[in-house]
Write a protein that binds this ligand. Structure first.
Ligand SMILES: Nc1ncnc2c1ncn2[C@@H]1O[C@H](COP(=O)(O)OP(=O)(O)O)[C@@H](O)[C@H]1O
Ligand SMILES: [Mg+2]
Length: 304
């Protein structure tokens, strides 16, 4: 286990830079756990995303995080680190800043819109217009799919960003999944069963359900994320080295939570793939639909 020593001057927490205490040292950013096991969430999500199509089949990227043990002001703390994704001369512009700079009251604009689908398309397409990033809508759909899969409820408009250099824009690697996997143990206490917690988490930035947010984005821009299914033993193998940074009594609970969250991926991908057959059935008259339902029922039962 690495121990990274930090001197007093290195701690540079600013409220404009998010919630967790963080600082840049050399070419890496370091973040300390604050409300629970954020570092494990960051590291595990980036490990799972390595098994996805993001960096192989799309032009988008994600930030890779790794666990760190740090001695901060004389105390051993757990956190994570990631390589600085900014190239020299580049800056990160969060969507809240981008809209403010263009004198758009984003909150008011979104509140005026009547549905999730209209809000997703407004955010996606206005950002594409302001930056010239024509694929931004697909980037946003991908981001919402990642959030839904890992239950990240912290995708506010400072955690969605673009990169800028001399007036030219680029896609920002997906960053800050620290609130995923129910990591905030103050909001998601360790003694509450994962199932109850999972059903109460709301998706940001639109404060809706994860299903509605991804269905809206997929309906508009298609499904972007391809990721293979993980078995319980694969999840355990990914988590095992990360769990050693946390108290023994919490390890089993964290693993159980991550299992409960990640196995939902079957129903999340099913919900989009099932859309087309269901929509087709809805178009049939009710007698024909009943006949088709019965046929499916009989075939299903006889094939068992
Ligand atoms: N790997 C990185 N490369 C470049 N900037 C980073 C990196 N990690 C964090 N930052 C900077 O810190 C800000 C906050 O990081 P974030 O991961 O959102 O922290 P928090 O969990 O506290 O919200 C980002 O908007 C960015 O400015
Ligand atoms: Mg953040």
């Amino acid at each position: 286990m690495n121990i990274h020593f930090v001197t007093d001057e290195k701690i540079a927490e600013t409220s404009s830079k998010g919630n967790q205490e963080k600082w840049k040292d050399g070419n890496r950013w370091y973040k300390l756990d604050q409300f629970g096991y954020e570092a494990l969430a960051e590291s595990a999500v980036s490990c799972f995303l390595e098994q996805s199509n993001i960096e192989t089949d799309t032009s988008f990227h994600f930030t890779h995080y790794r666990m760190e043990r740090m001695n901060v002001h004389g105390r051993d703390r757990t956190g994570c680190s990631s390589e600085n994704f900014l190239r020299p001369g580049q800056s990160i512009i969060t969507l809240s800043r981008l809209f403010r700079k263009n004198n758009i009251d984003l909150k008011a604009a979104l509140t005026r819109l009547p549905s999730d689908i209209r809000r997703v398309s407004y955010l996606a397409e206005t950002t594409a217009d302001l930056t010239g990033l024509r694929d931004f809508p697909r980037y946003l759909a991908l981001l919402f799919e990642v959030d839904a899969l890992f239950l990240n409820d912290d995708r506010h408009l400072n955690n969605i960003a673009v990169l800028e250099q001399d007036g030219c824009f680029d896609y920002c690697p997906i960053f800050d999944n620290g609130a995923a996997l129910l990591s905030n143990t103050q909001i998601s206490p360790m003694d509450i069963a994962p199932k109850a917690l999972i059903s109460s988490v709301r998706a940001r930035p639109f404060n809706t359900t994860f299903n509605r947010q991804i269905l809206s984005a997929r309906k508009l821009y298609g499904s972007q994320l391809r990721i293979r299914k993980f078995s319980r033993s694969e999840i355990r193998d990914v988590l095992q080295p990360m769990l050693s940074y946390y108290a023994q009594r919490d390890r089993g609970i964290i693993l159980d939570r991550v299992n409960s969250i990640v196995v939902r991926q079957v129903s999340l991908s099913a919900s989009s793939h099932n859309l087309r057959p269901l929509a087709a059935l809805k178009k049939l008259s009710s007698r024909r639909a009943l006949f088709v339902y019965l046929l499916i029922f009989v075939i299903y039962n006889y094939s068992k």
